[in-house]
Write a protein that binds this ligand. Structure first.
Ligand code: GLN
Length: 243
């Protein structure tokens, strides 16, 4: 088996170790003898998203988001939407998440168009939301906690879409409604840097599984020894929930 991971704008959207998400996906596949090809996709790269199994978009500053938004929406948007409707697995973090929504209005007042697959919109606020985050999610009928780190001024509001999780610690989408992230089909948007996947291996495996299922049909993932990750996560949860 083989998965192709499309890394969107690795030269531009690359905040706070987001590339660690790509490494986690790659390693967790390789430990199971699943071959991985990583395709860097940037501005002006001709891409057919039908050839990609997992697509990743990291975070970026307002300036960097502006550099990619036309390419993402005007040049690549239509083909990307078709692949998403067909079940492409996508993970967008922070700035990448905002650009999967309807629009992001930056602190300077520019309104950057998004792909519009997640029914969310984001407006830069006056205060940055920075700190550790703990959320409760329910993915693949399993409820569990995810941990991460956020640093954004954008406040995201959800229309008809479903949030990814409920805030226990931190600000999440907007610091007001206790929602975090957003889900549509196999598209996941979240504010969790961290990077999120090495810290939350259940989520990493779920993305791998959904991509494999789409490509190969019924699949089971060989479990890995995640005791180290689980201990680290528990200690983060305990530390922040006690306070
Ligand atoms: N520029 C966006 C914001 O501040 C996204 C930042 C990020 O990706 N961390 O809201």
């Amino acid at each position: 088996m083989k998965l192709v991971i499309g890394h969107m704008y690795p030269d531009i959207l690359n905040l706070y170790g987001d590339r660690g998400n790509i490494l986690a996906l790659k390693r967790r596949c390789e430990w199971r003898n699943i071959e991985v090809e990583i395709k860097p996709i940037t501005v002006d790269t001709n891409t057919n998203f039908a050839d990609v199994d997992i697509l990743f978009l990291g975070g970026g500053s307002d300036r960097e988001q502006k550099m990619v938004s036309d390419d993402l929406t005007i040049k690549k948007g239509k083909n990307l939407k078709t692949a998403i409707e067909d079940g492409l697995t996508v993970l967008g973090i922070c700035g990448g998440y905002q650009l999967l929504g309807n629009y992001y209005q930056t602190a300077k007042g520019d309104k950057l168009k998004g792909v519009g697959v997640l029914d969310v919109w984001t407006v830069a606020g006056t205060k940055r939301m920075i700190g550790n985050v703990v959320i409760e999610v329910n993915i693949n009928e399993k409820a569990f906690k995810m941990v991460g780190f956020e640093n954004h001024s954008g406040k995201t509001y959800i229309g008809k879409a479903k949030p990814l999780g409920k805030i226990i610690i931190g600000s999440g989408n907007n610091g007001e409604d206790k929602t975090e992230g957003c889900v549509y089909k196999n598209v996941y948007g979240t504010y969790l840097h961290g990077p999120v996947l090495p810290k939350n291996p259940e989520f990493a495996d779920y993305l791998i599984l959904s991509a494999l299922k789409r490509k190969y049909g019924k699949i089971e993932l060989v479990p890995l020894d995640d005791s180290l990750e689980k201990t680290a996560k528990q200690s983060i949860i305990k530390r922040f929930i006690k306070k």
